[in-house]
Design a protein around this ligand. Structure first.
Ligand SMILES: Cc1cc2nc3c(=O)[nH]c(=O)nc-3n(C[C@H](O)[C@H](O)[C@H](O)COP(=O)(O)OP(=O)(O)OC[C@H]3O[C@@H](n4cnc5c(N)ncnc54)[C@H](O)[C@@H]3O)c2cc1C
Length: 467
């Protein structure tokens, strides 16, 4: 029987932050992991997908130099070597998440499957663990839709696609969300024919004005995108649509969302309520069992690595320091790492209109009016921001190069409850893409600043003696 101060189940983005933090605060910590240390992000998610995207960007750069006077060439791609690069990237980061590193921090790591045997007690292989603070960080797995024939098909998911070393001749992607589109563009750039089938609209959680720009770029690069596609059945790697059209693929990728992982945990034994959307938590991430918290993808809130990290820090603050700790999802950004990238924080325009009606002001600044973008021959994309009548920022979204980096001043602004005036008045270096954020925020004040009343006031002041 082990009786640590904190017991963490799942050594992914959320669990590792809790384990490292609690151990460094001098607490006794047991960390239980049944699979790979590092969880989805390191092994099957963020890291391999961004490594693949980086290789695809290098390929695309060779095709797109002609506007700069650099001859465009069709790149020669060694796909097996691309996948070596993906594996090498994972291997380079893996030591940060390894058993060795965590044992050095003083964490007791058990490579076992955990399940509850009592309210405060888990079984993990030969070990029984009793703790007053149990943190579930068990992540999520691919949600597979009930399409006839899919169950018997040799489909890929994010858990298998990065182990595939043959370039698909025709990759059919089911699902047009961030994961589906990021991988679709990467495989297209690496030389595959790619078709994406989406039952509703692409990037449905993002502002349609901005996601339309991503969709246009993907189409221009030759990704075949079908919105509103209804799949009748799957036969091997072929997809048959309603109406009978047959698409023959060499590989099929299912990217239709995520299901929280709760299998085998025996949550009911510990009185922990859960639904198909995840483990039920309150604003402090506590479950219906007051000794158990659930963080990261398993609680069904935003499924991002930085969200899992944020929730882990709230657990440390609330449960270990006993300080106020309440989740605020409105400050959590997300980025889709297509080219152009699409980043969002706070409310989108449709969501802001739904909540605040017409009491909002929307401002935009296109990259076509940004000097640095011009030097890079970026002709579209924009910064869009929304504020209420008093200038309080409600949300911002950016579509363009490095949008995931450019959104960060807006993340800071939302987390610190800053107003548009804060973004309008900082001094960015010239020439940078970041200036577009300042210009967008500045345009919030254009009407008031250059309106009749201000002009009258300034004319009056100009007539006064110089002081
Ligand atoms: C293709 C893809 C790309 C992504 N890209 C991004 C991105 O660019 N940016 C971003 O922010 N997010 C991205 N994500 C999402 C991100 O990977 C997840 O949000 C993040 O990994 C969730 O962390 P977690 O700690 O909740 O779960 P995980 O990191 O998945 O860790 C959960 C761990 O719990 C273990 N476990 C489960 N049950 C048990 C049990 N009973 N006993 C013991 N161990 C158990 C699992 O084996 C797993 O290792 C991506 C996801 C995918 C699939």
């Amino acid at each position: 029987m082990l009786t640590p101060d904190v017991c963490v189940v799942g050594a992914g983005s959320g669990g590792l932050v809790v384990a490292a933090g609690a151990a460094q605060l001098g607490l006794e910590v047991v960390l239980i992991e049944r699979g790979e240390m590092g969880g989805d992000c390191l092994n099957f998610g963020c890291v391999p997908s961004k490594a693949l995207i980086a290789a695809a960007r290098a390929a695309q750069a060779q095709r797109s130099g002609s506007a700069f006077g650099v001859a465009a060439v069709e790149p020669k791609i060694d796909f097996a070597r691309v996948m070596d690069h993906v594996a090498e990237t994972i291997a380079a980061i893996a030591p940060n998440d390894s058993v060795e590193r965590f044992e050095k921090l003083g964490v007791r790591v058990l490579k076992e499957q955990a399940r509850f045997v009592a309210r405060n007690e888990l079984l993990a292989g030969p070990h029984r663990i009793r703790s007053k603070r149990i943190v579930l960080a068990t992540g999520s797995r691919p949600a597979v839709p009930p399409i006839p024939g899919l169950g018997d098909a040799p489909y890929l998911t994010n858990e298998t696609i990065f182990a595939n070393r043959t370039l698909p001749s025709h990759l059919i992607v089911i699902g047009g969300g961030p994961i589906g589109l990021e991988l679709a563009q990467a495989f297209r750039r690496l030389g595959a024919r790619v078709t994406v089938l989406e039952a509703a609209r692409f990037l449905a959680k993002d502002d349609p004005e901005l996601s339309a720009i991503v969709v246009r770029h993907l189409k221009d690069e030759g990704v075949e995108l079908r919105a509103g596609a209804k799949i009748a059945r799957v036969e091997g790697n072929a997809v048959i649509l309603d109406g009978g059209e047959r698409l023959d693929g060499s590989h099929l990728l299912v990217a239709t969302g995520r299901t929280p992982t709760v299998d085998g945990l025996d949550l009911d034994t510990a009185g922990i309520a859960h639904t198909p959307h995840g483990i039920t938590v309150d604003g402090a991430l506590r479950t219906t069992n007051r000794n158990v918290w659930a963080i990261g993808d398993c609680n069904g809130l935003y499924a991002f690595t930085h969200m899992a990290g944020y929730e882990a820090s709230l657990f440390i603050r609330g449960a270990l320091f006993r300080a106020p700790a309440r989740l605020d999802q409105s400050i959590v950004p997300w980025t889709t790492y297509t080219d152009p990238e699409l980043a969002q924080v706070g409310l989108s325009e449709p969501a802001a209109r739904e909540r605040h009606g017409d009491g909002i002001k929307v401002v935009r600044w296109p990259f076509a009016d940004n000097d640095r973008a011009r030097t890079e021959r970026v002709n579209d994309g924009l910064v869009k921001a929304i504020a209420d009548r008093r200038g309080r920022i409600l949300g911002a979204a950016i579509v363009g190069p490095n949008a995931g980096e450019l959104i960060q001043p807006w993340c800071l602004a939302l987390s610190q409850r800053l107003k548009m005036s804060a973004i309008a008045s900082f001094v960015p270096p010239y020439p940078t893409l970041g200036e577009a954020s300042k210009r967008a925020a500045g345009s919030y004040f254009t009407d008031a600043l250059f309106g009749a009343r201000t002009r009258k006031l300034v004319r009056f002041l100009a007539r006064l003696p110089v002081w």
